[in-house]
Design a protein around this ligand. Sequence first.
Ligand code: ADP
Length: 270
Amino acid sequence: SQPIHVTARVAPLSSRLVLALVEDRTRERRVEAIRRDFVANVSHELKTPVGAINLLAEAVLEASGDPEAVERFAGRMQTESERLSRLVQQIIELSRLQGDDPLEEPAAVKVDEIIERAVDTSAIDAQAKQIKVVHDGEPGLEVLGSAGQIAVAVGNLVANAIAYSPERSKVVVGAKEADMMVEITVTDQGIGIPAGELDRIFERFYRVDPARHRSTGGTGLGLSIVKHVAASHGGEVRVWSVEGQGSSFTLSLPRRTHHERPTTSQEATP
Ligand code: ADP
């Protein structure tokens, strides 16, 4: 038989190794910088509610002779501590996702169940503003990933849609197949996002309107969590928005096809 001639186009092993090491160091340094930045931001963000709670506690002590004032200060203390616990919870979620490493063992996740969960979780906030949250998507779709992470991401999108919408408006959560992906879309009729801000809203702690923000009690972390969930699943998140009319966020995740069907114990039985 003819000898096979192969032209080596790849770099020799030694230089490939060096390249890999350099890439590794660069990545390490980048991750380290992100972490440092994150810690600085977190300390800053935590100081606000903690400081407020301290001041309010002092005010309660000083107003002990005035039950009405005590009640007022205690109420504000509760609001601030709820904000603080939301913040801590989201910081924990985000720091878990921070590396963007791909998931180790993606499982089959039912999209309908995820959406139902997000709709249920948001029910109290939706009711408070008489907002109708509608689940309207292709049924029976499945994605590959972490059910917990995907539920958090979709939950954040639905929570935002409600938070940034006027009373008596509508939020629609849909899902459809798109090639190898499933697109989960959350559409609202809310305040919308200025075009110039669209690429910044996924940054940690970024808010379009920090003043308004305090009243909605948001943390500025919700969308960066969504972005990290998308990245770790090999998917992405996109946004369309018209100021004053509404926004639409699409989270696309790898679709589970029959080829990827894991053998379950049921299928293994003859
Ligand atoms: P937050 O806790 O502030 O909601 P996010 O990271 O979830 O933090 O969102 C970042 C910013 O993007 C919000 O402060 C808000 O200004 C804007 N935003 C997010 N979702 C929407 C939406 N559905 N409609 C209008 N603005 C939105």
